[in-house]
Every structure is written in structure tokens, then in C-alpha cells.
Design a protein around this ligand. Structure first.
Ligand code: AMP
Ligand code: GLY
Length: 418
């Protein structure tokens, strides 16, 4: 199989690593990739936001499968363009990617499918904000309805901050969603889908806030671990029954069957798991830990999903133990990341690259907010944490930031399902 992976994050680096281990894969390409992916795949420049450019590159390379990492190309229709060129693609159509592209659309699908989720009110004008905040109550959850790279959500007990965020989102021309606050541990569950069937992977936990103890602003994700030893044993079958299967049925009935990776962001509340968001692609950084534990071929699984044939492949197998990833971000992330700093130690096994590039002298430089993902598997969560943080210690980058508590509460037995 010749495969093109679209994207340039640590998620794509992790995907390439797993694909490289699959004996069915003969040739790997990445566009645009980063300084860490060049040893795994041949890189090509690409404007990933342009669907026709994605399709043209896939045709030029004569690949058998295109795997699209980020949401922007999917929401723009890259999967449609690749499929129209006659090439198999892992990633949903633009119509199905709306499940991430519009939170209001996702709510509508969930309501129609009877999927448990937070009560939400769409707000389109400034004079509706107060009533919506009163109805949902504090702590206030105020969301940008459009794509915002995980940074469009404000959760606060401060009414003024909630109102200010709602107004700022409206000024940006987007509708606002005000939501009921859901209390409980968060879980990310990925399912590989073929339009009809959903095959769940391992549940993982992401750390969205910038700083230790969940302080600071929301980010794209500062670290993750998997699996969740504290979660109820029937969590995955329950989510399959109550969330994944009904959503696939609803999407198909709307003429937008979901094929690709459906990411359910859940809160385990006292009333059971409830959805706070869907993403239409692999999550970053959760992918780094889920794939670090994958012990069966990835290419065949993704190709079967693309072909609508998940019923014909064996379910994925995961090794025992745990995995941890710690994101190393640049100074100023998530507000205004400083780029161009030299990175030392980025070549260690287990360091997955995101915002990195090589200069003419061959040095690795930062070129984005999230720069590296130090990823390790271990016999248990404590062991995986030690290994991941040992990798972090080997990296040097001026002004870098990372959390020191990824997986710490779970490793200490301080998380329990309600
Ligand atoms: P989202 O972009 O929708 O995933 O939201 C980002 C983060 O905000 C989530 O990971 C949660 O930590 C938090 N969040 C979003 N919606 C809610 C909610 N309804 N209740 C509690 N926390 C939420
Ligand atoms: N880890 C959160 C996301 O990928 O959206």
C-alpha cells in the first residue's frame, strides 16, 4: 500500500510511525510534515486547506490511500475531492465533518439521535446572552460555534468574563453556544467508522488547560494518557450503544454517513457519560498514546474503514500497560507562540514532532505553538510517566512550557468514576 498522510502535527507523526510498522505499507508520503517525519515518509509541500491541492498530490503520487489528519481540510472537503479523484480516503466528507465544524449541527444530531449531552442554547444577538446564561447557570460554558482549535471555549464562574467571551465570538462573526456545565472526569474515545459500523479504540484522557492543576487557558491539549484504569469496565460498550451507533445511524439517515475517525469528547457525569463535543478526526495528543499501545496493523484498519468494509477486518489489538505523552510548547503558547528557537534532543526515540522545521544548517527549530510530544509506553501508568518525563528532560528549548502532572492524579489513584 502507498499511503499519503496529510498534516504536520505530532498526531501525524504518530500515525506515520504506526503505518510504517504495518508490513502491508510499501511507501509513505507526508504533506507537509515536520522535522521529525522525514525519516518515516517522503515529504511534499501542500496547502492542506485546499481540497483540490490535496487531491492533485494524491493523484500525482499514485497512492492507494490518503489519511487526513486535521479538521480544516476535512471541513473544507478534502475527502470529497480525493474520493472524486478515485482514491480511497480515511476521513469524512465535508457534510459529515460538520459534526465538528458546527457545534450547533452536532447538538442537532445528538438531539435527533437521543444521545446524552449538555443542554445548550444558541445565541445570535447580544441581548440574548443574559437569558442564556441564566438558563444554563454557573459555572458558565460559552463556546464559539465554529472551528477554534480547542481554544474557542471559556468555562468560568465569572459572569463578566462569560459575557465578554460571548460578545467577542459574535464580533468575530460566529454564533455562540451557551451550555450547561457538566461535572465529572473527561474521556476521549476514538472510533474508526466506515459509515455504518464504529470500532472503538482505547479511551484516553487529554489535559486541555495550559498549566498544572488544570489552571490557565484552554489549549489544543498539553498531554494525554491511556488507557483509563479507573473507568467503569462497561464504559466503551455503553458509549458504543448510547453514542456511537445512534450517531452513525442519524448521520446516514441525513445522507451524510460518517466514515473516518469519530472522536467523542465525554464527561462521565453522575447520570452517565454525556458528550461535550465531537471531532471528525484523530485527537491530538490522545492519538500519540492510543497508537503507542496499538499492537495490530493500522493501515488495513484505516483502508477497511475507507472502503466501507470494517466488518471484514479483525478488531484492533492493544498491548497491556499504559502510555503517556507530554506536550512541549513554545513560549507564549496558546496566545502568541514565539517561534524560531533551536531545539536540542528532538531526535530521541519517543519524541514526536509538531511545530518543528529544519533550517539550512540542519538544526531543528520551533515553528508553532505545540512543538514536541514526548511519548512513552510502560508496564503501568507510573512507569509510562517516568519514561515520558525522562524524555522531556532530554529536550532543551528556550522558553519551553510543559505540564508536570500529566496522568499524575490517575497514577496516584485520585480519579474515580462517579
Ligand atoms: P470543547 O472544545 O467543546 O472540547 O471544550 C473544551 C473544553 O472545555 C473541554 O475539554 C472541557 O474541559 C470544557 N468544556 C466544554 N464544554 C463543557 C461543559 N458543557 N461542561 C464542562 N466543561 C466543558
Ligand atoms: N485533544 C483535543 C483535540 O484533538 O481536539
Amino acid at each position: 500500500m502507498r499511503i499519503l498522510v496529510v498534516g504536520s502535527g505530532a498526531r501525524e507523526h504518530a500515525l506515520l510511525r504506526s503505518l510504517r510498522r504495518d508490513p502491508a505499507v510499501t511507501d509513505l508520503f507526508v504533506a507537509p510534515g515536520n522535522a521529525g517525519t522525514h525519516s518515516l515518509a517522503t515529504a511534499f509541500p501542500l496547502d492542506v486547506a485546499d481540497p483540490s491541492a490535496v487531491a492533485a498530490l494524491a493523484l500525482e503520487l499514485g497512492v492507494d490511500l490518503v489519511v487526513i489528519g486535521p479538521e480544516v481540510p476535512l471541513v473544507n472537503g478534502a475527502a470529497d475531492a480525493v474520493a472524486a479523484a478515485g482514491i480511497a480516503v480515511f476521513g469524512p466528507t465535508a457534510a459529515a465533518a460538520r459534526i465538528e465544524g458546527s457545534k450547533a449541527f452536532a447538538k442537532d444530531v445528538m438531539t435527533a439521535a437521543g444521545v446524552p449531552t449538555a443542554m445548550a442554547v444558541a445565541v445570535v444577538s447580544a441581548d440574548e446572552i443574559d437569558a442564556a446564561l441564566d438558563l444554563c447557570g454557573a459555572p458558565y460554558v460559552v463556546k464559539d460555534d465554529g472551528l477554534a482549535a480547542g481554544k474557542g471555549v471559556v468555562v468560568t464562574s465569572d459572569r463578566e468574563i462569560a459575557v465578554a467571551h460571548a460578545l467577542a465570538v459574535m464580533e468575530g462573526g460566529h454564533p455562540v453556544l451557551v451550555e450547561e456545565f457538566l461535572a465529572g472526569p473527561e474521556v476521549s474515545l476514538f472510533a474508526v467508522c466506515d459509515g455504518v459500523r464504529a470500532v472503538p479504540l482505547l479511551p484516553a484522557q487529554d489535559f486541555k488547560r495550559l498549566a498544572d492543576r488544570d489552571e490557565g487557558p484552554n489549549t489544543g491539549g498539553m498531554g494525554a494518557y491511556a488507557p483509563l484504569d479507573w473507568a467503569p469496565v462497561d464504559l466503551v460498550p455503553q458509549v458504543q450503544r448510547e453514542v456511537l451507533d445512534p450517531v452513525l445511524t442519524e448521520m446516514a439517515s441525513r445522507g451524510a454517513p460518517f466514515a473516518g475517525l469519530l472522536y467523542a469528547g465525554l464527561v462521565l457525569t453522575v447520570d452517565g457519560p454525556k458528550v461535550i463535543e465531537f471531532n471528525c478526526r484523530f485527537g491530538d495528543p490522545e492519538t500519540q498514546v492510543v497508537l503507542a499501545l496499538l499492537d495490530s496493523p493500522l493501515a488495513g484498519l484505516l483502508a477497511a474503514a475507507a472502503a466501507g468494509d470494517l466488518g471484514l477486518v479483525s478488531p484492533p489489538v492493544f498491548r497491556s500497560g499504559s502510555a503517556v505523552t507530554v506536550v512541549i510548547a513554545s513560549e507564549g503558547y496558546p496566545g502568541s507562540p514565539v517561534v524560531g528557537d533551536v531545539i536540542e534532543g528532538g531526535d530521541e526515540e519517543g519524541i514526536l514532532h509538531a511545530g518543528t522545521r529544519r533550517d539550512d544548517a540542519g538544526r531543528v527549530l520551533s515553528c508553532g505553538g505545540r512543538v514536541l510530544s514526548a511519548t512513552a509506553a510502560g508496564r503501568d501508568l507510573g512507569d509510562a510517566r517516568e519514561k515520558a518525563y525522562a524524555l522531556v528532560d532530554r529536550v532543551a528549548m528556550r522558553g519551553s512550557q510543559h505540564r508536570t502532572d500529566i496522568g499524575a492524579a490517575a497514577a496516584a489513584g485520585r480519579i474515580s468514576a462517579p
